[in-house]
Design a protein around this ligand. Structure first.
Ligand code: HEM
Length: 148
């Protein structure tokens, strides 16, 4: 071997690579950026708390949430948003269609909740690009949430 140093480097690189394949791949790039911009799970939990106060004060939709199990809603919405943002969370609540069926949710009510979410993200210094990224992931849920 002309250069035993290069063999050592190769063995080292293979070793590092081998370790990486054994562990969970890191969430890097754009995906991780959204989760980070939302402040990870704790930041998302704060945004959801803020959102819930806004919903309670919002005459357009507050009535829909009468008798709400606050703890369950907070946990499940936090996990859902965290998972949508590619964070390490698992959503264990009900399906969107099942949970919202029979509520007669209108397009106006859907938009009102989205507006409250934007205000909650704004109040928690989430950059506009990240806000739009999360909203783009929520938009396809429109058909499952609104009046069937
Ligand atoms: C993108 C829009 C929405 C998303 C992502 C969403 C998400 C969720 C989630 C994750 C839950 C908890 C499910 C569970 O605990 O199993 C939930 C429950 C609920 N949502 Fe929505 N929601 C949306 C829009 C709306 C709108 C527009 C309204 C009414 C104006 C609404 C009213 C409710 C109510 C009242 C509950 C509690 C149901 C219960 O516990 O029985 N949601 N939603």
């Amino acid at each position: 071997m002309k250069n035993p140093g290069s063999l050592l480097i190769l063995v080292f690189l293979l070793g590092v690579g081998g370790c990486q394949t054994l562990s969970k791949p890191a969430n890097t790039g754009e995906d991780a950026a959204l989760y980070q911009a939302l402040g990870e799970r704790s930041g998302i939990a704060t945004i959801v708390t803020d959102l819930m106060y806004r919903i309670a004060d919002d005459k357009r939709i507050a009535f829909q949430f009468k008798g709400l199990d606050v703890t369950r809603f907070h946990r499940n919405l936090t996990d859902l948003l965290c998972a949508l943002a590619n964070g390490p969370c698992t959503y264990t609540g009900k399906g969107m269609r099942e949970v919202h069926s029979g509520m007669d949710i209108t397009a106006t009510q859907f938009n009102a909740l989205v507006e409250d979410l934007i205000l909650a993200m704004e109040a928690n210094q989430v950059p506009t690009t990240a806000q739009n990224e999360l909203l783009a992931k929520l938009a396809p849920m429109y058909d499952d949430v609104r009046d069937q």
